[in-house]
Design a protein around this ligand. Structure first.
Ligand SMILES: [Mg+2]
Length: 208
């Protein structure tokens, strides 16, 4: 892999911890729903989670905060997002790894999170990245092989010269591999397939 030019990162679960996402989807939205419908927060959390599950992560709507605000008839998604901004945090090794890689490679983000949720999450590290791609916002699709092909074309780099790393086996590993990208699966819990990385520091040792 000595011709690698670009390192592509998934965002949530890879660079960004689940805190922000948890706060939006499982705290703020249920709290708004509880307020609107005059029910207890605990039952609102159950109802909302059940509705998410009915849609599931294979459908675009699952990722679309505007869809859910319309669906639950809630007011502004934007102010909810702002309220959760303080919950954004990065995994401990992220700054060090990005600083170490930025001079040697072009760094990009390839995420399935819509831009209105992605941008606030990348606020503290966005300067490291030459490009930020959201499959949902830019291509109206999940992180399919087609999306990865679009990313390669957009940056005019051959897939074989790109490394992508992310924590979802299907959307990060399988789908990017399919177009010829050098894919790495990140498994921070450390209980999956052989060959998965436990953190981003381990990625560096594979690049030389
Ligand atoms: Mg992820």
């Amino acid at each position: 892999m000595n011709q690698v030019e670009v390192i592509s990162f998934d965002a949530e679960g890879t660079l960004v911890t689940p805190g922000f996402s948890q706060a939006i989807w499982h705290e703020t939205i249920p709290a708004l729903y509880a307020g609107k419908n005059g029910i207890e927060l605990a039952s609102a959390k159950e109802i909302v989670a059940r509705e998410y599950d009915k849609v599931g992560d294979q459908r675009l709507e699952w990722y679309d905060i505007e869809y859910w605000f319309r669906y639950f008839r809630l007011s502004s998604a934007e102010s909810a997002i702002q309220r959760c901004q303080a919950k954004v945090s990065y995994y401990p090794e992220v700054m060090e790894v990005l600083s170490s890689l930025e001079g040697r490679y072009k760094l990009i983000v390839a995420s399935g999170t819509p831009l209105e949720l992605l941008e606030p999450q990348l606020e503290g590290i966005k300067d490291y990245f030459a490009r930020i791609f959201s499959s949902v916002s830019l291509c109206k699709q999940l992180k399919t092989p087609k999306f990865y092909a679009y990313v390669c074309e957009s940056i005019r780099v051959n897939p074989a010269q790109i490394v992508h790393v992310g924590d979802n086996w299907q959307f990060d590993f399988l789908n990017s591999s399919q177009v010829g990208i050098n894919a790495f699966h990140l498994d921070r819990a450390g209980n999956s397939q052989q060959g998965s990385l436990a953190n981003l520091t381990e990625l560096e040792s594979h690049l030389f």
